[in-house]
Design a protein around this ligand. Sequence first.
Ligand code: SF4
Length: 276
Amino acid sequence: MAQQLDSATREALVARVRFYRDLGLTEFYRRPVDPALLAQLAIAPEAVSERSNSTSNFVSVQEENPIPPRKHMPAAPEIAAAVPAAGRAAALQLIRDEIGECTRCALHAGRNKIVFGDGDPAARLMFVGEGPGADEDAQGLPFVGKAGQLLNNMIAAMGLKREEVYIANVVKCRPPGNRVPEQEEGATCTPFLFRQIDVVRPKVLVALGATAATWLLGSRQPLAGLRGRVHAVRGTQLIVTYHPAYLLRDPRQKKEAWADLQIAMKELGLKAPAKG
Ligand code: SF4
């Protein structure tokens, strides 16, 4: 007998299907679902068991979810339904599993490790950078080199610990020579970033540098015109500031970056820790 889905579950499924379609996938392999993961995501096993027991493991997305095709690839998939806080780590792990040993864009050829993201899955503050550098590529973690040390200092100046925020990048594999990701690379990888944002649901997003700002806002504008104000992106507030690597090259801009972070702190209700 067909299982009736509640509207929230149905919305989450439709968002998932759109995400796959935006990646160009219209068929996928159905693996057995881990009941523990479903429990953490607050999805009843019965909601998937009927199709999981199907004799065919290949499911046409369009067959199951008749979403009209779009003429243009959107900048980002639809905002997914909220994941309960207790299920966010598991939801992020599902996204990581979906990425797998990704070869969807050319950047896979030169990488050592995929840099998925790191931090509190229910963080109120999320930073988005451009892409992994050499240290990040070697360790599989974002912002662990010199720029990462500066970012850690910026986070501490806000009165937070690194473990209390979430950090990710526009692309998850290192661009050769640390170049800016190509349009196709960003378009291929950012649906995963948008999914991460939708799971974490931070109160404030901070775009570190022009590449992150461009992909999060869906338009290319000079950084100077984007800083100093609050933007609305994917149901959250976005602050734009300089990339820490740029601040290492031009430390005079640290004062400007601190002014940007203070806007984020105001939105978060944070006060800078007293100097002592
Ligand atoms: Fe896949 Fe993203 Fe790496 Fe490209 S950058 S290969 S889309 S994980």
